[in-house]
Design a protein. Structure first.
Length: 312
């Protein structure tokens, strides 16, 4: 098969929700990644970090309370999550190559900063809940002391909410490219990347969460990849999802995807950002294909046997 440059975006099911779950989940994830490498593709891996960054953020907040210091900024927590998740994926990949009696390629995790615009409208309407649940009194106290914005989350208590601005520039892109081009298997842009804004020469971390599917699409576009493969918990994208007249989609154009999105076919916060990320990439050049499929079906989807393909 023809060698393709592929950016994979791994969803929550690729990593599980807890430390022990992650140890097990990464084995399946490594199989899916090694399948694509074994088929001769150049692969770069992007992953989410929701549960992991939550755990780290909570731990750092607890620590700060005992210590009387300020909790580690969210940007630092994202950096920690990239290292921790990278460690587990590196280890699982190595083992999977050995299990198949394949040569283990150089595997590396790149701690990645992603620049966002300080005036991104998302900063005016923070909506992404992060960290622990609090009762109202504590939530208001933390909001006052730390300048957090807190909101009631689905009747389960109060949580801090942060903005989800659009990724504008992958700061470590030249390093990622150089590594990938020299045959290394790179894990990068974890959790959508460490969100930073430019302040003169300094890149300042900001309390925000970048959507990993948008970061993966920007990476795929700027690396001039052939494919963006979004691996998640469904085999295909559907219209009328969950309804009796549900219809799975196999091959759709950018225009069709946009029309379905405008018609409200995709849930905001889950499938909508994936379809939008797929559209961004597919529209960015000729012969660029985005695929959304189940983690375990990556290889079949690349062979055109399943998944939802979005092309110009
Ligand atoms: P990830 O952790 O991979 O980012 P999400 O839960 O954020 O996964 O998004 C994937 C989920 O989106 C699917 O598991 C499915 O339940 C849901 N979903 C919402 N709308 C649709 C749709 N129209 N077609 C398919 N799946 C959808
Ligand atoms: Mg998601």
């Amino acid at each position: 098969m023809e060698k393709k440059k592929i950016v994979i975006a791994l969803g929550g099911n690729a990593l599980g929700n807890t430390l022990p779950e992650q140890m097990i989940a990464v084995k399946t994830t490594a199989k899916a990644i090694v399948d694509l490498v074994e088929d001769g593709n150049e692969v770069v891996v992007v992953h989410g970090n929701g549960p992991q960054v939550g755990v780290i953020n909570n731990a750092m907040t607890e620590y700060a309370q005992q210590d009387g210091s300020n909790p580690a900024p969210l940007s630092v927590c994202v950096a920690m999550s990239q290292a921790y998740i990278g460690y587990d994926i590196q280890n699982a990949l190595r083992e999977e190559f050995l299990n198949r009696e394949l040569a283990v390629p150089p595997i590396a995790t790149m701690v990645t900063q992603v620049r966002v615009d300080a005036d991104d409208p998302a900063f005016r309407t923070p909506s992404k809940p992060i960290g622990r649940f609090m009762n109202k009194d504590l939530a208001l106290k933390e909001a006052g002391e730390r300048g957090w914005i807190v909101k009631e989350d689905a009747g389960r208590g109060y949580r801090r909410v942060v903005a989800s601005p659009k990724p504008k520039e992958i700061i470590e892109l030249p390093a990622i490219r150089a590594m990938a081009d020299s045959g290394q298997l790179v894990i990068c842009c974890g959790g959508g990347g460490i969100p930073v804004v430019a302040e003169g020469k300094h890149l300042a971390g900001v309390p925000a969460v970048i959507d990993k599917d948008f970061a993966a699409a920007l990476l795929a576009e700027t690396m001039e990849a052939d494919m963006l493969v979004i691996l998640t918990a469904v085999e295909k994208v559907a219209i009328r999802y969950g309804k009796p007249e549900q219809k799975w989609l196999s091959d759709i154009s950018v225009a069709e995807a946009e029309q379905y999105a405008a018609d409200g076919e995709f849930a905001p916060g889950s499938m909508l950002p994936k379809v939008q990320a797929a559209v961004n990439f597919a529209r960015s050049g000729e012969n660029r294909t985005a695929i959304i499929t189940l983690l375990e079906k990556a290889r079949e989807a690349l062979r055109g046997e399943t998944g939802t393909r979005i092309k110009k």
